[in-house]
Design a protein around this ligand. Structure first.
Ligand SMILES: Cc1cc2nc3c(=O)[nH]c(=O)nc-3n(C[C@H](O)[C@H](O)[C@H](O)COP(=O)(O)OP(=O)(O)OC[C@H]3O[C@@H](n4cnc5c(N)ncnc54)[C@H](O)[C@@H]3O)c2cc1C
Length: 380
C-alpha cells in the first residue's frame, strides 16, 4: 500500500522479458481491453444482450448483497449447476478489517461471506498464476479493470479460457484510498487500530456502513454520508479517466438500480435491494436465463436508455473521459491505451461547458501534482 492508502504494484524480483511483455500487455494501467464486438453496444453502458432490473429471490441473499444480491445469486447458481466448481472473489480481511483479501468459495454460505461492496483496494489477480495452475473451472469476480486485465491475459495464456468460464463484475465509481475509510472510523468516534470488523455496505440497500471494535464498540453511518462525504473524495486519479467503469468486458455486470428524485439524483433511502443486471456475452446471457428459469433471480427487462436515470454519475464520467485524457496527455503524463471503448462517442454526448470545465480542471490538477512532486524532491 502506498500513501494515502492505494494499492500499487511492486516488482520484488527481476522478471524475464517475455513475462514483462505479458504484464505490459495486460495491466489496466497500460491498456484497457476493448469491448467485444458481437453484442449491441451503448457508448456509456457498454456491450449488452440483455439489461434487466431485479434481485435474488432468496431474501437472505438479497439482504446480504450490496444491491439486490444478483451477483451472489448468479455465483451460487453457477456452482449449483456445475458451470464452475469454485469462485474466486473478495471478502473483508479479518486481520485488517478496512482492507480485503481473496477467498475461494464452493458453496452458498461462503459466497455470502463475500457479499457486499468493499470500497477498499482489492487485488483479485495477485494469485492468478497459482489459481490457473490448479486447474478446474472457476468463476472470477473483480472490478472492471481486473476483468479487463484477465481478458487481456487470456490472449497470451490459454489457461484463462480453459479454467475461467465465467467473469463477473460491477459498475465501479472508483477506488477510494484507505485514508477515506480511516476518516469514516474517526467520524464514528472509534479508533481504527481497535477495529474488529468493518462493513462498507450491504445487509439492506444500500446498507449502513458499520464498524465494531474488540471492546464491544459499534457505530453506524448511512451510505450517503460514508460514500458521499468521505470515500468519493478519495478516488484515485486512474479511476477518473477509466474508459470502462461499467464492466464492459465481463460476462455479466451488476450495479445499483437506483431510483432517483425528480432531478434524477439517486435517493439512498433504505429499502429492499434492486440490482441492475447487464448480460454482455453469450455465456452471461445463458447463465442469466438459466437463473431466471430456476427461480433464483427475479428480473424484468430494463430499456438501456433508462440506465442514465439510475446512474447519472457514471454517465457523466464516461462523457468526460476524453477531455480528461486529452488534458493529461497534453502535460506529458501517461494514460492507458483505450481503443474500441467508445470514448469519443460518449464525449459527443457531453455538454461543451462540462467538457471544457473537465479539461481545464484536469490540466490544473495534473500540473499541481507535478509541481508538488518537484517541490518535495527539491526539499528532500
Ligand atoms: C469500489 C466499488 C465501486 C462501486 N461503484 C459503483 C457505482 O458507481 N455504481 C454502482 O451501481 N455500483 C457500484 N459498485 C457496485 C455495487 O456496490 C454492487 O457491488 C453491485 O451493485 C452488485 O451488487 P450485488 O448485490 O449484485 O452484489 P453482491 O451479491 O453483494 O456481490 C458483490 C461481489 O463483489 C465482490 N466485491 C466486493 N467488493 C469488491 C472489490 N473491492 N473488488 C473486487 N470484488 C469485490 C464480492 O466479493 C462479491 O462477490 C461499486 C463497487 C465497488 C467495490
Amino acid at each position: 500500500m502506498a500513501a494515502p492508502g492505494y494499492a500499487r504494484p511492486l516488482q520484488r524480483q527481476p522478471v524475464s522479458p517475455s513475462i514483462d511483455a505479458k504484464i505490459a500487455a495486460s495491466c489496466p494501467g497500460q491498456v484497457v481491453a476493448p469491448w467485444p464486438k458481437e453484442a449491441e453496444r451503448h457508448p456509456v453502458w457498454g456491450p449488452w444482450r440483455q439489461t434487466l432490473e431485479g434481485a435474488a429471490t432468496d431474501p437472505a441473499i438479497r439482504f446480504a448483497g450490496a444491491s439486490g444480491g444478483a451477483l451472489s445469486a448468479l455465483l451460487i447458481h453457477a456452482l449449483n449447476t456445475g458451470l464452475v466448481d469454485r469462485v474466486l472473489h473478495v471478502e473483508a480481511d479479518p486481520s485488517h478489517p478496512l482492507g480485503n483479501k481473496m477467498r475461494w468459495s464452493t458453496n452458498a454460505a461462503q459466497i455470502l461471506a463475500g457479499a457486499g461492496s468493499r470500497y477498499a483496494a482489492s487485488s483479485p489477480l495477485a494469485g492468478i498464476d497459482c489459481a490457473l495452475a490448479e486447474g478446474g473451472r472457476f468463476a472470477f469476480v473483480g472490478k472492471p479493470c481486473d476483468v479487463s486485465a484477465l481478458r487481456r491475459l487470456s490472449r497470451h495464456d490459454p489457461r484463462v479460457a480453459a479454467h475461467v468460464p465465467l467473469m463477473l463484475s460491477f459498475f465501479c465509481g472508483g477506488m477510494p484510498s484507505e485514508d477515506g475509510a480511516r476518516r469514516i472510523v474517526a467520524a464514528m468516534g472509534l479508533d481504527a487500530r481497535q477495529l474488529q470488523s468493518f462493513r462498507y455496505r450491504g445487509q439492506g440497500w444500500p446498507g449502513l456502513t458499520v464498524a465494531t471494535t474488540a471492546e464491544g464498540g459499534r457505530a453506524e453511518m448511512p451510505y450517503s454520508e460514508s460514500w458521499g462525504a468521505h470515500l468519493s473524495r478519495e478516488v484515485q486519479f486512474r479511476c477518473k479517466i477509466c474508459p470502462d467503469a461499467v464492466g464492459g468486458t465481463a460476462d455479466i455486470a451488476c450495479a445499483d438500480a437506483w431510483h432517483g428524485d425528480d432531478a434524477g439524483y439517486p435517493l439512498f433511502e433504505e429499502e429492499d435491494g434492486r440490482s441492475l443486471i447487464a448480460a454482455r456475452t453469450a455465456t452471461g446471457e445463458a447463465l442469466l436465463r438459466s437463473a431466471q428459469a430456476a427461480g433464483v433471480v427475479d428480473a424484468s427487462p430494463l430499456p438501456i436508455s433508462d440506465i442514465s436515470r439510475m446512474q447519472p454519475a457514471q454517465a457523466q464520467r464516461k462523457r468526460m473521459v476524453a477531455a480528461r485524457v486529452l488534458a493529461t496527455r497534453l502535460l506529458g503524463q501517461a494514460t492507458p491505451r483505450m481503443r474500441d471503448l467508445d470514448v469519443m462517442r460518449a464525449a459527443r454526448r457531453g455538454r461543451l461547458y462540462d467538457l471544457t470545465h473537465n479539461f481545464l480542471g484536469t490540466l490544473r490538477r495534473v500540473w499541481q501534482r507535478r509541481w508538488r512532486r518537484t517541490w518535495a524532491g527539491m526539499h528532500r
